[in-house]
Design a protein around this ligand. Structure first.
Ligand code: SF4
Length: 348
């Protein structure tokens, strides 16, 4: 069962509590290159991104925020490293949330200035600590970089923000080590009620990054931990959003959109199922229906195994069957099978 955390708002998107688990990504354009940044955010919105984060590296990035916001439809988080003045400028220029690691913003007076600005503009803060930025005193206390030093380093920052009367926070504890990430989030989930931003940082190239993210994020979500997720891949950010949504769908934490079920193929497969599935995946990306589509290699297990699917195809010898809810509705030759499936889906 999902933990009922405190709910905060990033722009108009709720995070935490009983609100849907959101998918985030981060732009890789130069933020002040407004046209490129807006184009990438729009593309990410079309993939289903709920919240976007952009790096604020200088004053021009901060000043680009209001112009970017006029052209996009999802909240934008300003990602700040080190410079508290940029954090303040980002808030004044309209970011919907600030991502900072208070530990690298500088002395407490600087953090206080940032927090006061967030209070004034009603902007939440994502406190982000990763394994590379753990306070040395906790590394010494807990014997190295581990889940305890990560958690208590984050909690120290949370307590400092709370001492300033600031509670509008979500927390992130990032490590590229999947086990450490899982342990850390489990611990902090027991120690605080703030919403958690879950992800495996620097997860790597697409193939291994997807696996690490699915295992790490997936196991936490399956234990009811996590309110917003970011899959971190060395790949175009659209891929992160697609993978993030699939993780949620696989745990039935998101039911919107097309869910594809397909068989692994075997000696009974007599059609080019792998090609059909690849093409179907591409064509179904733009279908805005909440349906499960099964694509099965043979009639032996096809409609039966995919009885739960709303619609599907099952291969025969150079031909296939289209079925709905386990009942065969049409026989079609292999070359028209996918087109016919798409026609039937359109009618649904
Ligand atoms: Fe093999 Fe048929 Fe099962 Fe596909 S559905 S794996 S072709 S038995």
């Amino acid at each position: 069962m999902r933990k009922n955390t405190k709910q905060i708002y990033v722009g108009d998107v709720p995070v935490g509590g009983t609100s849907p688990i959101t998918v985030q990504s981060m732009t890789n354009t130069i933020t002040r290159d407004i046209e490129s940044t807006v184009n990438q955010i729009i593309s990410l919105e079309q993939c289903g991104c709920d919240i976007i984060r952009s790096a604020i590296n200088n004053i021009d990035d901060a000043k680009a925020i209001p112009i970017i916001k006029e052209q996009i439809h999802i909240p934008i988080i300003g990602d700040i490293q080190f410079d508290y003045r940029l954090a303040i400028e980002a808030v004044k220029n309209g970011v919907d949330c600030l991502r900072i690691n208070p530990g690298n913003i500088g002395n407490k007076d600087r953090v206080k200035e940032v927090v006061n600005c967030c209070k004034e503009y009603d902007v939440p803060i994502r406190v982000g600590v990763n394994s590379g930025s753990i306070s040395q005193k906790f590394i010494d206390k807990y014997g190295g970089v581990n889940s305890d030093s990560l958690v208590y380093s984050c909690l120290e920052q949370v307590e400092f923000l709370e001492s300033l009367g600031f509670y509008d926070m979500k927390l992130a504890l990032k490590s590229s080590d999947v086990n450490m990430t899982i342990e850390s989030y489990k611990k902090i989930s027991e120690l605080t009620n703030y919403p958690l931003h879950v992800g495996i940082t620097e997860a790597g190239p697409k193939s291994t990054g997807i696996i690490k993210s699915a295992v790490g994020i997936g196991s936490l979500l399956s234990q009811g931990i996590g309110d917003t997720i970011r899959v971190s891949l060395t790949a175009p950010p659209e891929e992160e959003v697609i993978v993030g949504k699939e993780i949620l769908k696989s745990l039935k934490l998101k039911t919107e959109g097309v869910n594809i079920v397909s068989c692994p193929t075997c000696a009974r497969t007599n059609i080019d199922l792998i090609k059909i599935v690849e093409e179907a995946e591409e064509r179904l990306k733009t279908v805005d229906k909440n349906i499960t589509v099964a694509i099965m290699g043979c009639v032996v297990n096809g409609p039966g195994e995919a009885r739960e699917a709303d619609i599907g195809i099952t291969g025969g010898n150079g031909e296939g069957l289209i079925f709905k809810k386990g009942k065969i509705v049409k026989k079609v030759s292999e070359e028209f099978l996918l087109d016919e499936l798409m026609n039937e889906i359109e009618k649904m």
